[in-house]
Design a protein. Structure first.
Length: 234
């Protein structure tokens, strides 16, 4: 077969093009999902595969409908995927006990995987492959860069649990003695599986350091205060 014949075969709706598109969706969705799965995120390789396969099938169906009903809108089903995938993404977003939001990158990755599947399904192979490269770059290389920038940022958010509400001033005095500025403070009541009465309180602090340094040093010092029972960066 000539290049033109191959191109015509893959751009049309036939058994070969359908198989190639769904295979690409499985592989490309799996590549993105594998990275998420290794990091123990809510949605892993199989979830990404299914999302990408489903989006691809929707666009194949769109293209098939356009051949049968030329007056039909070929983008209608694809538009529903872009908006509808948000419901699946919401399920991967969780809020931890310290009010930290997790799963946003996973939700965005699912949405991007669905869009990649739409491109594959309509036969836009080059766009899908380029998108795969950029999505994979963002979820791997940029994750490391983002983590390093946050780790050395002068702005830091810390959640801690204190043994008693009267200990708040002790923590604030320690923070100020280290020339750290408090930009935001929120006092909460920790939630436990055992609903027995407790005097512990949760303290969420947004701090601004006098100079750039590794946050772990400050967190370790705060954790060493006798009234602090738990501390972590959020």
């Amino acid at each position: 077969m000539t290049f033109y014949e191959i191109s015509e075969t893959l751009s049309g709706i036939n058994t070969i093009s359908i198989t190639v598109r769904l295979l690409m969706a499985t592989l490309m969705g799996g590549i993105i999902g594998l990275e998420r799965g290794i990091k123990k995120r809510p949605a892993g390789m199989r979830t990404y595969m299914l999302v990408c396969i489903g989006a691809t099938l929707v666009m194949i169906t769109n293209q098939h409908l356009a051949y049968i009903f030329p007056e039909a809108d070929p983008a209608r089903l694809g538009a529903q995927v872009i908006s509808g995938i948000g419901f699946l993404g919401v399920g991967t977003i969780i809020i931890t006990r310290d009010r930290q939001v997790r799963g946003l990158t996973t939700a965005a990755g699912l949405w991007a995987s669905a869009c990649m599947g739409l491109a594959i399904g309509v036969g836009f192979y080059s766009g899908a492959l380029i998108a795969l490269a950029f999505i994979f770059l963002v979820t791997t290389v940029m994750h490391k860069l983002d983590t390093e920038l946050i780790r050395r940022s002068r702005a830091v958010e810390i959640y801690m649990e204190l043994k008693d509400s009267s200990n708040i001033y002790k923590v604030l005095d320690f923070v100020r003695d280290n020339n750290v500025k408090v930009t935001y403070m929120e006092v909460t009541r920790p939630k436990y599986d055992n609903e027995a009465a407790t005097t512990k309180i949760g303290l969420l602090l947004s701090l601004y350091l006098p100079h750039r340094k590794i946050h772990y040093e400050l967190i370790s010092k705060i954790g060493a205060i006798d009234c602090v029972s738990f501390v972590e960066e959020v």
